[in-house]
Write a protein that binds this ligand. Structure first.
Ligand code: CP
Ligand code: NVA
Length: 312
């Protein structure tokens, strides 16, 4: 069993993982030897704080061992990807991979003989979404019927929220004047929208100032993410596009003025760019559950590892 996208994961798979994440958070001592000597390889083509630490520290706290590899110090750049993944599969019990391209992840998963976890690619971020469901359950006590509004650039994080939400009855409304071209997944959006669990508002016609506020007023959770994915932040060839996006997106910044007195919770997967998609003041506002959300990545990653190792 892999976790490349949430598509093959059933409602039960997701709910069990959320429930186990909360159990692990409440009683970490019970899981100290849960994976007795198993090894996790972290294979990262992009940078990471939370996902890397959740994997590395998570497997250690479960009694296993982590081995971190990146593109700079290995032969992944020179070799056939499937060959290298077959080799790693013989050394470790599970692989957590952050790749630039979803297509590479799919190729790697096909070659792997141990479970593979998508640690974020250009189209999806499933471990983030599972951790986020845990946080929603922890703060609101339910998932079904929860209304989450994603305001920003429709990206990998947004896709996985839709994919997870549609399995458990969480409603996702997206207000996104921009879509990352590689994140377009019409099949996912149509399926979720047929189930009545996803809608996107046309920012040209439907989102005037008041309706943005109206959606926020009706939401239990307001969520945002970076307007530019991490691999493009310092890429000189993306500089013009970055400037265009930042200017276009500024009216959609989450801040205390926009949220007024609405009692919604605020989420962000982090890393956040204060003063762009979210103000620093809102990150630290009492409605923000961002730091619980980031802590929960650790507990939730442990539940994911336990599930995949039990099925391998
Ligand atoms: N949210 C998240 O995946 O953060 P990192 O990129 O730091 O892993
Ligand atoms: N969507 C952003 C943040 C993911 C944690 C990215 O891919 O860089």
């Amino acid at each position: 069993m892999h976790l490349i996208t949430l598509n093959p994961w059933s409602e039960t798979d997701i709910l069990e993982t959320v429930e186990n994440s909360l159990k692990i958070k409440n009683h970490p001592e019970k899981y100290r030897h849960a994976v007795g000597g198993k090894s996790l390889c972290l294979l990262f083509q992009k940078t990471s704080t939370r996902t890397r630490c959740a994997g590395e520290i998570g497997i250690t706290q479960l009694g296993g061992h982590a081995h971190y590899l990146d593109w700079r110090t290995t032969n992944f750049d020179l070799a056939d990807l499937s060959d290298e993944i077959r080799v790693l599969s013989a050394y470790v019990d599970v692989i957590l991979a952050r790749f630039l391209k979803h297509s590479d992840l799919a190729e790697a998963a096909a070659a792997a003989t141990v479970p593979m976890i998508n640690g974020c690619c250009d189209r999806y971020h499933p471990t983030q979404a599972l951790g986020d469901l845990m946080t929603v359950q922890e703060h609101l006590g339910r998932l079904e019927g929860v209304k989450l509004c994603f305001i920003g650039v429709h990206n990998n994080v947004c896709n996985s929220l839709i994919a997870a939400g549609m399995k458990v009855g969480l409603e996702v409304t997206v207000i996104a004047p921009e879509v990352n071209p590689v994140a377009v997944d019409k099949e996912l959006w149509e399926e979720a929208s047929r189930k009545g669990l996803y809608k996107t508002l046309d920012t040209n016609t439907e989102v005037v100032e008041n309706s943005l506020e109206k959606v926020i007023a009706e939401s239990d959770i307001v969520y945002t993410d970076t307007w530019v994915d991490m691999e493009f932040f310092t890429d000189p060839s993306f500089a013009k596009e970055r400037k265009r996006r930042l200017e276009k997106m500024m009216p959609y910044q989450l801040n205390v003025e926009l949220l007024k007195q609405h009692e919604c919770r605020v989420m962000h997967c982090l890393p956040a760019h204060h003063g762009y998609e979210i103000s620093g003041e809102l990150v630290n506002d009492e409605r923000s559950i961002i730091f619980d959300q980031s802590e929960n990545r650790l507990h939730s990653m442990k539940a994911i590892l336990l599930k995949l190792l039990a099925h391998s």
